[in-house]
Design a protein. Structure first.
Length: 261
């Protein structure tokens, strides 16, 4: 029993959540960020909401505010530069919005239960990490479990001193699983910052292109996209993730067995 990659045995796989194992297209955070900014008079685009995806949510808000167009819009609306107190105000608005939105975006992505079951049959441990807080994950966990996904370990952004791209989420997940070295751990994520966090931990990194934040479409929307357009966009995402440091890129977690088997 067991799987290998790059000639080494794989002890564990650490999965991201939104866009990787649940919430096809990573829609829940986008909806909550957009609504939080709208309530304070500064609408943002989906692209602006998605830009820092994968980071701790307060850090994510701060990065959106630092986007030049958003900064200028804030200046026009509020008559001053955005400050740390504004990040706090947006974050406090974001949390209840995210909690409400999450309940509608927790569907387990197709292929995830099957690949997790296969990994467990091979003796591979299953961990996870997220930019969500523990409070937010209390909404996600029971719905994911009902959908067939229940990792052994779940590490949240408020469990560590800093979120991605710092390696701490991965280190803590590996510690709780009792596995090392990290060179025998695979980190699977749908964002460049998540890939960076995996690299910074010394893990093997796998980017996820079709189901996540980079493409940003539901499963139904992907089906409606013309085949040539879908292929073009996926090729761009694959190239971007490889440039960001991913060792491998797959379209969905369901393809992980082909990579590891």
């Amino acid at each position: 029993m067991g799987v290998t990659l790059t000639g080494s045995p794989i002890q564990a796989v650490l999965f991201d959540w939104a866009g990787t194992t649940v919430d096809h297209g990573s829609l829940a955070p986008v909806r909550a960020f957009s609504e939080a900014f709208r309530t304070l008079g500064v609408p943002i685009t989906d692209a602006e909401a998605r830009g820092p995806m994968g980071r701790a949510k307060r850090d994510h808000i701060a990065q959106i505010l630092a986007v030049p167009r958003v900064t200028e819009a804030w200046r026009r609306t509020h008559g001053r530069e955005p400050a740390e107190t504004d990040v706090d105000a947006l974050y406090q608005r974001f949390l209840p919005l995210q909690k409400e939105v999450l309940s509608r975006h927790c569907d387990v992505i197709a292929g995830v239960p099957e690949i997790v079951a296969w990994l467990r049959q091979q003796g591979v441990r299953i961990g996870s990490s997220t930019g969500y807080t523990a409070e937010l994950m209390q909404v996600v966990l029971p719905l994911a479990k009902a959908g067939g996904y229940d990792p052994e370990v779940m590490v949240c952004t408020d469990d560590v001193p800093a979120g991605r791209p710092a390696p701490w989420l991965n280190f803590l997940a590996a510690q709780r699983l009792g596995v090392y070295p990290l060179s025998q751990v695979v980190v699977v994520d749908d964002t460049a910052v998540g890939i960076a966090a995996g690299r910074n931990a010394g893990a093997i990194t796998v980017g996820v292109a079709r189901t996540g934040n980079a493409l940003g479409l539901t499963a139904a929307e992907v089906q409606l996209l013309p085949a040539a357009e879908l292929q073009r966009r996926l090729q761009e995402i694959h190239a971007d993730f490889l440039e960001a440091g991913a060792h491998y890129v797959i379209d969905s977690v369901g393809e992980l067995r082909q990579l590891l088997d």
